[in-house]
Design a protein around this ligand. Structure first.
Ligand code: FPP
Length: 263
């Protein structure tokens, strides 16, 4: 994709990537990204081990996927494991790595029935073989589906993603395909793992934490944020509808003055 853009510039053609989205009048967000936080605290409140919270969180993934699909959301990106999550105790990491196996082993038939396509972003190479296998199988079996894209961010870190993108662009410069002053924002976007996806319209973070934790730093530039104290295992259909309602009441201006500002 980056090469295609570079060729266009070489030929003095304008890139035909989508321009800025329309502002205002938000309907159902096309792309919702979620930082699923609070599993540990949910478990602690019940005197359960942390992994019980993750297991309950997996059930919420099922619930929210179904509801997002029902509402007509096109892409649901879920932050399932960050590049920093390896720092957690080994048994917890091992449990988190088994969750895709269990989730997809249990729910793949219903995802297929719902026309959901499973995708991932992140460095899949360093995942355990069994995790890779489960994800690969789900991606293969849902590749032909054209409903909701259920995009798991697995071993994902935005800074690593941006660093890789910069390396790819620098290589093109080094190979003489591109001059530094020809680098565009579109080229950077096209070098990210999300190149084929629209940018998130709505970011949700559960559990009362108000930070991005290295999640989609480039892609969230004009995204609307919704933070809730609800812990991820308690997040349900009504909570998703509430977040979408808040989003719909926002006036997205993308740095301009918006429709209401024009008199
Ligand atoms: C953060 O909560 C949550 C995670 C690091 C893992 C999220 C994973 C799931 C919700 C399940 C994913 C399911 C599939 C199918 C991949 P935390 O543990 O940091 O919670 P705490 O801040 O309360 O301790």
């Amino acid at each position: 994709m980056l090469d295609k853009l570079i060729r266009k510039i070489g030929g003095r053609e304008e890139p035909d990537l989508p321009g800025p989205p329309d502002s205002g009048g938000a309907g159902v967000p096309g792309h919702i990204a979620i930082i699923m936080d609070g599993n540990g605290r949910w478990a602690k409140k019940r005197a359960l081990p942390r992994i019980a919270g993750h297991h309950e969180g997996m059930k919420t993934v099922r619930k929210i996927t179904r509801e997002a699909n029902r509402l007509g959301v096109k892409v649901l990106t879920l932050y399932a494991f960050s590049t920093e999550n390896w720092k957690r105790p080994k048994p917890e990491v091992e449990f988190l790595m088994k969750l895709p196996d269990e989730f997809l082993g249990t729910y793949l038939p219903e995802l297929i029935e719902q026309n959901v396509r499973v995708e991932t972003i992140g460095n899949g190479e360093s995942l355990p073989e069994h995790t890779k296998r489960a994800i690969r199988r789900a991606m293969d079996e849902t590749a032909g589906n054209d409903g909701l894209i259920l995009n798991f961010a697995m071993n994902y870190g935005s800074r690593a993603e941006l660093t890789d993108a910069m390396k790819a662009i620098a290589r093109s410069v080094g190979e003489g395909k591109l001059r530094p002053d020809e680098i565009t924002e579109d080229m950077i976007a096209e070098s990210l793992m999300t190149a084929h996806l629209p940018e998130p319209d709505l970011l949700i973070r559960t559990s009362g934490e108000v930070r991005l934790s290295n999640f989609m730093l480039w892609q969230l530039a004009y995204t609307e944020f919704f933070f809730t104290d609800t812990l991820w295992p308690d997040f349900d259909e009504a909570a998703l509808q509430e977040a979408i309602g808040v989003y719909q009441a926002r006036n997205r201006r993308y740095g301009g003055i918006g429709k209401e500002g024009v008199k």
